[in-house]
Write a protein that binds this ligand. Structure first.
Ligand code: HEM
Length: 360
């Protein structure tokens, strides 16, 4: 590493002239400056800086997952990146409290100057959604139709190019499909797992039938629910049923089986980091949904049922994105297929040996 011969000066290193000279309230340009507009600008700028950092971290994860082979140390490094992203996301959620110190009345003092600008045009937010794997077809209708044509030609072109690159969810699917947890040679793991599941469901059925606190109708209803659970499990072993049961799935059935195996046996050393990584992606998805939810509530408090400066239905639109604009829902669905540890098939020694770290 070369030495830096020049003394480093804090304001120059951080380019503070540029950063601190970048708040120009529009209200001051057209009349009396609205005091809270500076807060509004700074909060948005800080968000954009954190978005930049999140994209920086996720860039490493995407690069690793773009490789044909992912070593344990690479996966460990991806895990630490996702932990950092989660910490930033928590700050992003907390930061909404700061903007909420501005009253709706104070917002009105400068709101009209902003039209038609909106966080809706945050290119970095869209890039993050796309790079994680939010598909255009899965977006809430308003978003799906108009997020491109509300951006400048340059930004549209940039995001169209991002959309052409593989997203994390697709790379994750490829990786899971490559893992050897579906075919164990002679060992029929999935047959044994199915037997364990049917045994568990039969026992559940007996418990319902013999429950003295339930009447005939209630028993019938609960057994019907149990049949649905049985059908869910069946979908794991049949492509057609899987597509029917999970019409919006991104992970193939094969990828789901690998993910399920990782989750079922996560205490084996070799599966520990993969299991944590899958959990971490769910956390990121959940934190993003939490942010959307809190932002939607903040917007309702700020503008009630008015439309947004970007022209959407405002709170109603944002509330809908909380449920729809999700990426890793398939990973959440894995919990449907977990069975108690005591009911799990015992793995043969040869398989267990492969799931341990090699002695140094
Ligand atoms: C007074 C504060 C705020 C209000 C009233 C507000 C309002 C809105 C509204 C109404 C939308 C929907 C699009 C539209 O019609 O404009 C929106 C979208 C958005 N806002 Fe805010 N917002 C505020 C603060 C923030 C902050 C601090 C951020 C941080 C970056 C932010 C980021 C976003 C993003 C990323 C979207 C797009 C969400 C999506 O389409 O899924 N907003 N905002």
């Amino acid at each position: 590493m070369q030495k830096n011969p020049n003394p480093c000066y804090y304001p120059d290193y951080l380019k503070l002239n540029m950063v601190l000279g970048s708040q120009e309230p529009l209200s001051g340009k057209y009349g009396e400056e609205a005091h809270d507009e500076t807060l509004f600008i700074i909060v948005h700028q800080v968000y954009e800086l954190w978005f930049k950092q999140i994209l920086h971290e996720m860039g490493v994860v995407l690069n690793v997952f773009g490789q044909d082979y992912i070593s344990e140390s690479d996966l460990g490094s991806c895990l630490s990146k996702t932990y950092r992203v989660k910490s930033i996301q928590k700050v992003l959620i907390d930061q909404l409290n700061i903007i909420e110190t501005m009253t709706p009345q104070a917002f009105l003092d400068f709101r009209d100057y902003l039209v038609p600008a909106s966080g809706f045009q945050s290119v970095q937010f869209r890039e993050l959604e796309i790079r994680l794997g939010l598909k255009t077809d899965n977006r809430v209708a308003y978003d799906n139709k108009s997020f491109h044509n509300r951006l400048s030609a340059e930004h549209q072109e940039y995001l169209i190019n991002v959309e052409k690159q593989p997203a994390l969810i697709d790379l994750l699917a490829n990786w899971l499909e490559r893992l050897p947890f579906v075919d164990f040679g002679g060992f029929k793991f999935w047959e044994q797992y199915q037997t364990a599941v049917w045994k568990m469901l039969d026992s559940d059925s007996e418990i319902i039938k013999n429950n003295p606190t339930l009447n005939h109708e209630e028993i019938k209803l609960q057994l019907k629910e149990l049949d649905l659970t049985r059908a869910s499990f069946e979908s794991l072993f049949d492509d057609e049923k899987y597509n029917e049961r999970f019409p919006n799935h991104v992970l193939s059935r094969k990828a789901m089986l690998s993910a399920l195996f990782i989750k079922l046996y996560s205490w084996y050393p070799l599966l520990d980091i993969p299991a944590r990584f899958l959990t971490s992606l769910m956390d990121i998805d959940e934190l993003l949904a939490n942010w959307r939810h809190n932002h939607a509530l903040m917007v309702q408090r700020m503008i009630g049922t008015k439309i947004g400066t970007g022209g959407s239905a405002g709170h109603t639109y944002l509330k809908a994105t909380t449920h729809s604009n999700r990426v890793f829902t398939d990973l959440f669905n894995i919990s449907t297929f977990l069975v108690p540890t005591s009911a799990l098939p015992k793995l043969p020694e040869e398989v267990i040996k492969n799931l341990q770290f090699q002695r140094m």
